[in-house]
Design a protein around this ligand. Structure first.
Ligand SMILES: [Zn+2]
Length: 114
């Protein structure tokens, strides 16, 4: 099973509609781009924790940017995230791992305050 199929198998549509994780637009399956939150360029994993649903417009403007990586990871994974980062990013450049971890800690802390 490809990562796209896996994502669809684990994320139910709302009567055939999916929601773009970035702009919130409702989109049909044919218009869904399954995005790698940590881009494949940085050895981002095909696992579910690293996938999100984007509309074609948002995915095109994101490309291989890591600008939104941390908030996206937290939104998609919440508390499970730090573990996922540790397990799956070991092979990634240590610099990226360290910066993601630090940013994740900050973001998760900020979220808990609510
Ligand atoms: Zn969008």
């Amino acid at each position: 099973m490809g990562y796209r199929e896996e994502w669809f198998a684990n994320n139910k549509s709302d009567h055939g509609w999916y929601t773009c994780a970035n702009c919130g637009k409702k989109i049909r399956k044919a218009d869904v781009d399954i995005d790698h939150i940590v881009p494949q360029k940085y050895r981002g994993s095909d696992s579910l924790w690293n996938l999100q649903c984007l509309c074609k417009h948002c995915n095109r403007s994101k490309q291989a940017s890591v600008k939104d990586t941390v908030p996206d990871l937290v939104t998609t994974n919440g508390e499970r995230l730090v573990k996922g980062v540790k397990r799956n990013l070991k092979s990634t450049g240590k610099k990226i791992v360290a910066s993601v971890k630090t940013a994740v800690k900050k973001t998760v802390k900020g979220k808990k305050k609510k």
